[in-house]
Design a protein around this ligand. Structure first.
Ligand SMILES: [Ca+2]
Ligand SMILES: [Ca+2]
Length: 419
């Protein structure tokens, strides 16, 4: 059954997610017997005698190859380093495993009973595997909770003796109040420093309306921030000593601030640079890039939306970091979905290109970044197979070998491959 999509304008236009999947609740989670599996690469051998993940394929013209369909509102994909499986987050509260291009029927984790997803931007929103997952089996999730109702929770879980099934009960690391149902951020990722980074939205509503100066610029709230915590020290976590407000000036978890809804961010696996795609209000979507060690960066919201002053003709931009790329709400675009810098080995000709898209417009773009500027901005949407049928580009994903995927809210996962 094909879900029906329609546009709504709850709380005005320009909110992070304004497309509802009305048919999503009725989607059939069973694998589609008609789905064409992609061919499994013949394993080649590298110089050290180890099997390579793939045989390198040349080419810069790209397309999307469908891997699976019939997931329920998928919104993220990840994998432990070096793991052949793909782990897909379903918004209602499940993590599903794709193994050899097949969706396993039993979820890796099912926490739908404690996840609240009654609003469009709520649910199980993020997943990160510990850098040493292979030996310690630890992973982390970010969700909006049934109790306390709608609060954000970051929790730790572990794998069971069955590698395809997690232990059902986790430990809550961090929880904070959400004043509105939207702008919950939710992204989790480990940085090159092995600390866990948490993207939080400004709390929601519109115009960062809470508090006299909004939440983005308020250093005494975790909302509108990038947090950075040490899950290997302290209980339930530690504060890295070089966090900018570790001892004074703001909440110690804060790494960066001035963010509206950094729905997706990632680290370049080669350079360590962090790429933060921040969803705009009514006008501008933006991508920010900073060195991994840039602490205490102010990304500007709500003083600025992109490179415009927000709600005023002029503003004090002193000390605010400007995006490296921005685009207006044209061509149906209104909610950026950040992706990854490609550092895989299967497709060497696209090394170093950053992929991103838009949830509403469903276009896909790439650019390259160096020394504060981008180059070779390219719209690769035309290369997408029209039958690929992206409807709600919720996320990009990176597998255990650096290969990239696209996650569509209509239940499909695609791999990015040369045409
Ligand atoms: Ca919220
Ligand atoms: Ca900004």
């Amino acid at each position: 059954m094909k879900p029906v999509y329609y546009v709504t304008t709850i709380l005005g236009v320009g909110l992070a997610w304004t497309i509802y999947a009305s048919g999503a609740c009725g989607s059939d989670p069973k694998p589609d017997p008609d789905a064409e599996p992609i061919p499994v690469f013949d394993a080649a051998i590298d110089d050290a005698g180890l099997p390579l993940h793939c045989e390198p394929v040349s080419g810069t013209d790209l397309k999307l190859q469908e891997i699976v369909r019939n997931l329920v509102e998928p919104l993220y994909l990840a994998a432990p380093t070096g793991d052949d499986r793909l782990f897909v987050v379903e918004q209602p509260g499940r993590i599903r495993i794709i193994d050899d291009n097949t969706l396993l029927p039993t979820p890796f984790l099912d926490i739908t009973d404690i996840v609240r997803d009654t609003s469009n931007e709520q649910g199980l929103l993020g997943l990160a595997f510990h850098p040493d997952y292979e030996t310690n089996g630890r992973f982390f999730v970010n969700y909006t909770a049934t109790d306390p109702r709608s609060d954000t929770v970051v929790a730790e879980y572990t794998v069971s003796s069955d590698p395809n099934v997690a232990n059902p009960t986790g430990e809550i690391l961090l929880t904070f109040d959400q004043p509105e149902s939207n702008h919950n951020g939710g992204m989790l990722a480990f940085g090159p420093d092995s600390y866990l980074y948490v993207g939080t939205g400004d709390g929601g509503g519109a115009d960062d309306q809470h508090g006299p100066d909004g939440n983005g610029q308020n250093l005494n709230t975790l909302l509108g921030k990038m947090l950075r915590i040490d899950v290997d020290g302290g209980s339930p976590y530690g504060i890295p000593a070089d966090n900018p407000f570790a001892t004074a000036g703001g909440l110690p978890e804060i790494w960066a601030y001035g963010l509206r809804n950094p729905w997706r961010f990632s680290f370049d696996a080669l350079t360590g640079d962090v790429y933060i795609a921040d969803v705009g209000q009514d006008l501008i979507e933006e991508v920010n890039v900073q060195p991994a060690d840039a602490a205490g960066v102010n990304y500007g919201w709500r003083i600025m939306e992109g490179t415009d002053c927000f709600q005023a003709g002029s503003c004090d931009t002193n000390g605010l970091v400007q995006p490296v790329h921005e685009y207006p709400h044209t061509q149906g675009r209104q909610s950026i979905t950040g992706g990854y810098v490609y550092r895989g080995t299967c497709f060497p000709d696209i090394q170093g290109r950053y992929f991103f898209g838009d949830f509403a417009g469903e276009q896909i773009y790439t650019f390259e970044y160096a020394a504060g500027a981008i180059s070779n901005l390219e719209d690769i949407t035309d290369g997408i197979d029209p039958n690929s049928d992206i409807a709600g580009l919720t996320s990009f994903g990176e597998d255990g070998f650096g290969e990239l995927y696209v996650v569509s809210r209509n239940g499909k996962v695609f791999k990015i491959v040369p045409r």
